[in-house]
Design a protein around this ligand. Sequence first.
Ligand code: BES
Ligand code: MN
Ligand code: ZN
Length: 490
Amino acid sequence: MKISFAAAASGDAIAVPAYDKAEFSDAAKALDSASGGALTRAVARSRFEGGVGDVLVVTAPAGVDADRVVLYGLGKAGDVSASIFERAAGHVIKALLTSGAETLSFTVDGDDGDVAARAGLGARLAAYRFDKYRTKLADSKKPSLAGVEIVSGDPGAAQTAWESWGPVADGADIARDLVMEAPNVLGPENYAKQVKDLARLGLEIEVLGEKDMTKLGMGALLGVGQGSVQESQLVVMKWTGGAKDEQPVCFVGKGVTFDTGGISLKPGLGMDEMKGDMGGSAAVVGLMAALAGRKAKVNAVGVIGLVENMPDGNAQRPGDIVTSMSGQTIEILNTDAEGRLVLADALWYAQKEFDPKFIIDLATLTGAILISLGQEHAGIFSNDDELAGRLFDAGKASDETVWRLPLGPEYDRQIDSPIADMKNLGEGRNAGSITAAQFLQRFVNEKPWVHIDIAGVGMNSKSKDPRQPLFGTGFGVRLLDRLVRDHYEG
Ligand code: BES
Ligand code: MN
Ligand code: ZN
């Protein structure tokens, strides 16, 4: 969907804002009087109250050229922010996407370029669809809306701001497409190939295969993939937008293209969702695409470990002991606790190879994080209060929110093994997300590090946020773009 910016509305649908208690904005007042009070009458006969998420569509009102006049809510005038315009635009798009309307003029209040651009972002995020396998979708069910024009007092400023937000929408779309894709199509090899195509954005991309990883001693990652007919891959993406000698920021992602559990096989019910077990890696790919697309003034490295966790005659067994790239040995007690094994080598590689400023990893790591936080927050774990605080703030600003959980030696003891340096399982089910994070911490040394467990938010078939599609949300792209934007550029 195309986003443009203008000073006056020209679309076949025109959306205008209202505030709490259905108080009309100036743009709404103007349309109301042009239509002989159609908006006032519609509000009086509906439950529209002007809250965020309230949308009222008036079709074919007399007195105006537009086919549809849409009133949308922003809530209390004093609380309005760029995020609220972003969310409200999402709601309007949801109401119009397949309505028959082809062009929408979405009017924001004021002349703030960032507000207008964020409305554009909300529109793009909400317009996302994954229809590539639907060969029989009726025309009447297909999206009709092809373009959204954001109307504001300063379209020039909005267009300039959009240069940095459009690529964030593109990055979220890339992450979502990867998560939605079927696991027979998106195995590690095809995934790596698709990432390579992003070189067109100016990313430098390197793919390591099993031979390279064997040489590096990545026994933890390789053990997870050894039951798959697909070759495991480690993909490195570099964006150099900062000074040559500047330390990079670094993002690492879990990319299990399908998680059957391996020999510790998962139950069948809902197993299909484990095609999304590469959501952490998808966020890293989407983020790197966003940073490159908006030419961020930062050096950034993305590292993703791509494996398929399958049961097989050659698959890893419970009881196996593997040696990670760090030299530390791991007793495998459950082959379904595989994400931490992939990340162990990817994290070690990233810090050894790039000596980054910090490392942030994202992973659909534990079912336990859903027990702790549901699907409303991602869980974060960190050895660095400043970085964790910045990420928390970035979560608030991007509406991809995170909540910090503790680490500590008491938990760490749970992953000691009597016969190897550690085991890949805690004692019992309690604190499962924390023991998983403790495991990862053994592979990051003293670097500032945050682990983000996105098992709940990376795949979400129940999301009520209009900016998120069902299932593959692309969570992490906006969060981490925001972190970089606010603290690590220039
Ligand atoms: N990929 C899963 C975690 C997961 C669960 C993601 C539900 C999304 C939704 C992970 O590899 C896993 O299987 N974790 C196990 C760990 C356990 C064996 C210690 C879990 O959470 O049950
Ligand atoms: Mn698993
Ligand atoms: Zn997994």
